[in-house]
Design a protein around this ligand. Structure first.
Ligand code: TYM
Length: 337
């Protein structure tokens, strides 16, 4: 028994919204790490479609993007034979625990979330209760699977902290129900910035197409976007304060090639920004090409995708079902039988 416990792998869980094709930011900040973690850990990854409803969606587009997001995860190397891969709304326990946890989350805590502040400023005509309560649902996603580690980009740190607080609060009242998870942030690429405004994070919902690299962009498009990337009026490729555009390009180049900032500075010494942008564009295009090819291959096989997410939903419902049953019992909901 003791030996069995020691051999149990740590549980990893993470999700991504199907609000558009993933960006290079999603890939370097999250999905690339997810793939790398599959052999060492017990991993669960999902398409967070319920979270996407917090911003008004076109129903047909949301459906299409959800299938594409699922295919993109597989194309990026998430293997359904190794990891649990599913779609959030296929597992009702997420919404159930989301509601229960929202009754343990304080108004003040949710008001402090920077994502809520940003998104409510951006969508002034639709500051809905779901947008406000978004972090309670995210906590439910994580706590249902008793995750040890949650690999996310730096922009999700505050939500992770709240998840920990909620788990500790709930356990404090009802005993050990939830594993208290830790965030896992990649050293490199945890924050990829917009190519047009490098003080803002790269986002798939940006209205300026040149601001982000979609992981399905063709090589020529990628190189063009990097050529147009906003930099500064100097000529030295060096990572320092005030050079947000260059710092961002160096972060991307370093994340892909594994080179340090000093090595990159030495490599492009005396060569100027044009050469550097070309090198970054080329290495990004090379990295994304196999993903784009695999994606188009997978999208031709709907039956395979459907079977993969159906199986995922079944296993996820089983795992999540154990936690939600325990939670319902603890809070005093009357069982049906
Ligand atoms: P989402 O869909 O915005 O992003 C998915 C993942 O990509 C990371 N990311 C970035 N990393 C680096 N640079 C960027 N520019 C960048 N943009 C996005 C995000 O940090 C994230 O890891 N709330 C989540 C989805 C979610 C979730 C969860 C995640 C729902 N439930 C439970 C983990 C656990 C979100 O909107 O991610």
């Amino acid at each position: 028994m003791e030996q069995q416990r020691q051999e149990k792998k740590q549980v990893i869980l993470s999700g991504i919204q199907p609000t558009g094709v993933f960006t290079l930011g999603n890939y370097l900040g999250a999905v690339r790490n997810w793939r790398a973690m599959q052999d060492e850990f017990d991993c669960a990854y999902f398409v967070a479609d319920l979270h996407s409803l917090t911003v008004r969606q076109d129903p047909a587009e949301l459906k299409k993007h959800s299938l594409e997001a699922f295919a993109l995860l597989l194309a990026a190397g998430i293997d359904p034979e190794k990891s649990l891969v599913f779609i959030q709304s296929h597992v009702p326990a997420h919404a159930e625990l989301g509601w229960i946890l929202s009754c343990y989350t304080q108004f003040g805590e949710l008001s402090r979330m920077t994502q809520f502040k940003d998104k409510s400023a951006k969508h002034k005509d639709n500051i809905n209760a779901g947008l406000f309560d978004y972090p309670s649902l995210m906590a439910a996603d994580i706590l249902l699977y008793q995750a040890d580690l949650v690999p996310v980009g730096a922009d999700q740190r505050q939500h992770l902290e709240l998840t920990r607080d909620l788990a500790i609060r709930f356990n404090g009242i009802y005993g050990d129900v939830f594993k208290v998870p830790d965030g896992y942030y990649s050293k490199n690429g945890a924050r990829v910035m917009s190519l047009q405004d490098p003080t803002k994070k790269m986002s798939k919902s940006d209205t300026n197409q040149n601001a982000f690299i979609s992981i399905l962009d063709e090589p020529a498009v990628i190189i063009n976007k990097f050529k147009r990337a906003v930099t500064d009026s100097e000529t030295e490729v060096a990572f320092r304060e005030g050079k947000d555009g260059i710092n961002n390009l160096m972060t991307i180049y370093s994340a892909i090639t594994g080179k340090t900032m000093d090595e990159i500075t030495a490599e492009f010494s005396g060569r100027g920004y044009g050469d550097f942008k070309m090198a970054v564009g080329t290495c990004v295009a090379e990295t994304l090409t196999p993903i784009r090819e695999e994606f188009s291959h997978l999208m031709k096989d709907r039956a395979y995708l459907q079977e993969a997410y159906r199986k995922g939903a079944e296993t996820a419902a089983y795992v999540a079902g154990k936690t939600i049953a325990k939670v319902k019992k603890k809070v005093g909901l009357l069982p049906v039988k």
